[in-house]
Design a protein around this ligand. Structure first.
Ligand code: MN
Ligand code: MN
Length: 474
């Protein structure tokens, strides 16, 4: 067999694994970089689930989306673009399609919460002539990542006078907060000689909050008083208000370009706001689809999708029921169930990219890599795929065809090599309705760290991939 013939056979039978930057024309590369500039702005404005929800609703309103709750009392069937915000932490957008919702929707579901340090309900104390604040970490963090970096506070506080929102540490002139770390000279016995899991304790993730006392030496707890007094003077917050507050400490740094070629973005919170942003832009850029398009932005994924704003809640059923109502369709339980079971869903979440320094935790043939496009993850889970919803061959086949038809650069991934560890996404909580669900999103390095890294090429391909899914009419 001659070389040309073998080349032809190879082209026919071998799976291609193209790099996004090899596939794009110059004009697309320009669009890719422009898209990512806006994405960085979104990241900087969306450091918490509440802030992300505000940004999503603001963007949707600007594109003509209407609050669905305002339509439940009036007949306004002409309105096709709607949103719902629930508890300020969980959002849904929809564009009502030409086909009846009974035939199912095309749904993309991401999450807008990220790992962080939450203030405890009795946080303020003093030690060694300093005011400090106790935290409780939220989600899967590597505790040492949170030491000796500048942290900003974002909070919602229910005082006896009403609701207050605070943001301290994001403006360059604001003060920041920090968890201290031990100097290497003295870290031997306490940290360096221990296993990492034992070297850093959750109860030691305390934030430095001040060091000027209130009153003279005779005054008891005068450093704690100093902090509380400032909080009262500036925000009218008293100690008891922390009991009914959600105050999150997050990295104060902004999203940055990474690399000489600026091909990557480093930022806190890209798991999973990269999928939130790309699905938001995708639905806003989908003009009148055949099938109803829905974008869901859940809270609480990082702690197991629990709670009334997480993916285990009834939020989707409630929203679907509202969609049936405003489009004048049956709203009985059977119709709702059929609308859900006939839907298709991309569980929009990140996967772990293979790390040049830690290749061993992956199996190279099946791991995702930075720069190779949107990643389809057929299953997640632990051990023998335990806890995974495992997408069907039929549905993976369908998404693969949609991507190929639309020149989307895609790859496949899994969450580490067998028995290495594992994890999950919202996929299984949507699959319970009977709909097809596939995990689909960009690959990330340093996932769950204060500086997660993505490829701009993958961000852009994820947006294009989501848009192609929304525009699919079968
Ligand atoms: Mn995630
Ligand atoms: Mn995560």
């Amino acid at each position: 067999m001659d070389k040309a013939h073998i080349k032809k056979i190879k082209k026919t039978i071998l799976k291609m694994e193209p790099l996004v930057f090899d596939q794009l024309a110059q004009k697309q590369k320009t669009q890719l970089f422009k898209f990512n500039e806006n994405y960085k702005d979104f990241l900087n404005q969306s450091k918490t689930e509440r802030k992300a929800a505000i940004q999503i609703v603001r963007a949707a309103k600007a594109k003509g989306f209407v609050d669905i709750d305002t339509l439940l009392t009036k007949e306004l069937k002409s309105i096709k673009k709607v949103y719902k915000i629930f508890q300020g932490r969980c959002v849904a957008l929809a564009i009502i399609g030409r086909k009846k919702l009974l035939a199912g929707a095309n749904i993309i579901a991401s999450h807008i919460d990220s790992p962080r340090l939450d203030l405890k309900q009795n946080p303020i104390y003093e030690d060694l002539s300093m005011g400090l604040m106790k935290t409780h970490y939220y989600g899967g963090i590597r505790k040492y990542h949170w030491l000796a970096i500048p942290l900003a506070l974002h909070g919602t506080i229910i005082t006896s006078q009403g609701k207050k929102d605070i943001t301290i540490g994001e403006d360059p002139d604001d003060p920041v907060f920090t968890v201290t770390d031990l100097l290497p000279h003295l870290a031997g016995k306490i940290q360096a000689d221990k296993k990492i899991s034992e070297a850093f304790e959750g109860e030691k993730l305390n934030l430095i909050a001040g060091s000027i006392p209130l009153g003279s030496k005779e005054e008891k707890d005068r450093f704690k008083l100093g902090v509380l007094n400032l909080l009262y003077e500036q925000y009218k917050i008293v100690e008891e208000d922390f009991v009914s507050a959600e105050i999150e400490a997050v990295p104060a740094e902004k999203a940055r370009d990474v690399g000489f070629d600026r091909s990557m973005i480093g930022s806190y919170g890209q798991d999973d706001r990269v999928c939130a942003y790309t699905s938001l832009e995708a639905i806003m850029d989908t003009p009148s689809p055949d099938r109803t398009a829905i974008a869901l932005f859940f809270d609480k994924e990082e702690i197991g999708s629990e709670g009334s704003s997480g993916a285990k809640s009834s939020f989707l059923e409630d929203f679907m029921s509202d969609l049936l109502f405003i489009s004048g369709q049956n709203t009985d339980n059977r119709t709702l169930r059929k609308a859900l079971i006939n839907s298709s869903c991309l569980s929009a979440d990140v996967n772990a990219a293979m790390d040049p320094d830690f290749k061993d935790v992956h199996e190279a043939m099946n791991a995702a890599k930075l720069g190779f496009g949107i990643c389809m993850t057929k299953f997640t889970g632990v051990g023998g795929k335990s806890g995974s919803s495992d997408a069907s061959a039929e549905f993976v086949g369908k998404i693969r065809q949609i991507f190929n038809k639309n020149n989307i650069v895609w790859q496949t991934g899994e969450l580490g090599k067998i028995d290495q560890g594992g994890g999950g996404t919202v996929a299984k909580f949507l699959a319970k309705f009977g709909m097809n669900v596939l995990d689909c999103g960009p690959a990330v390095l340093s996932m769950h760290s204060p500086f997660e890294l993505v490829s701009k090429a993958d961000v852009y391909m994820t947006y294009l991939g989501y848009k192609a899914f929304y525009s699919d009419n079968d």
